[in-house]
Each structure stands twice: as C-alpha cells, then as structure tokens.
Design a protein around this ligand. Sequence first.
Ligand code: AMP
Ligand code: ZN
Length: 112
Amino acid sequence: MSCLFCKIIEGSIPSTKVHEDELCYAFADINPVAPTHVILVPREHLASLDDTDPDHGEMLGHLLLTAAEIARKQNLTNGYRIVINTGEDGGQTVEHLHLHLLGGRELAWPPG
Ligand code: AMP
Ligand code: ZN
C-alpha cells in the first residue's frame, strides 16, 4: 500500500496520535496552519469524499462527531473549522479522505 495516510494508520510512518478507535485515526498535522491542526482519517482507504456513497454514512458521521469530541477535549471553546479538501480545485494533496480540524486562532473567510 503506497498511501501515506494508510502507512500512518498502520504505524510504518510515525505520527503524533490524537485519537484512535475502530473506525478512524487522528494525528497532528506535520505542517500546522493553526495552533490546533489535527487530521482525521477513516481506517478504510477512500481516495476522497468524491469516492463515498450512502454506505459510508455511518463512517462519515463518526468522523464529524469525533472531530467535535477532539475540539472539546482541546478546549476550542471559541470555535473551530472542519475542512475536507477534495480534488484538485479543492486543494487536496493526499489521496486518502481526511478532515482537517483547525482552531486556536480566528480563521479568515472566504478561504483562498
Ligand atoms: P490536503 O492538502 O487537504 O490533502 O491535506 C494534507 C495534509 O496532510 C497537509 O495539511 C499536510 O501538512 C499533512 N501531512 C502530509 N504529510 C504528513 C505527515 N507525514 N504527518 C502528518 N501530516 C502530514
Ligand atoms: Zn490510504
């Protein structure tokens, strides 16, 4: 398996673990763009959100609920942002579906 995030999940590439359970793994982004920058990935390899179907509903809901749980644990009481970059125009660089949890500073809108 040549996928970077699959290697992080299986532990052959090191990461700073933030959370793990039967469906997902969360770790610190190596190049944080905010004081809190966590990546959440499903254990199942899917290239992007564009590869999901209704069977993935439970997993996708679990990712969002887990992101909210991590945000509470990290005391992001002033708010935070969840981002899912998808495809070339979406700025996706790693082809394993992932959520960014960003917080700890005021985030600009609209994004670039
Ligand atoms: P995206 O641009 O949405 O595909 O996001 C990919 C993210 O993965 C970027 O924010 C990178 O900084 C992050 N990233 C790439 N390699 C690693 C790594 N080895 N450990 C942690 N985060 C990584
Ligand atoms: Zn993968």
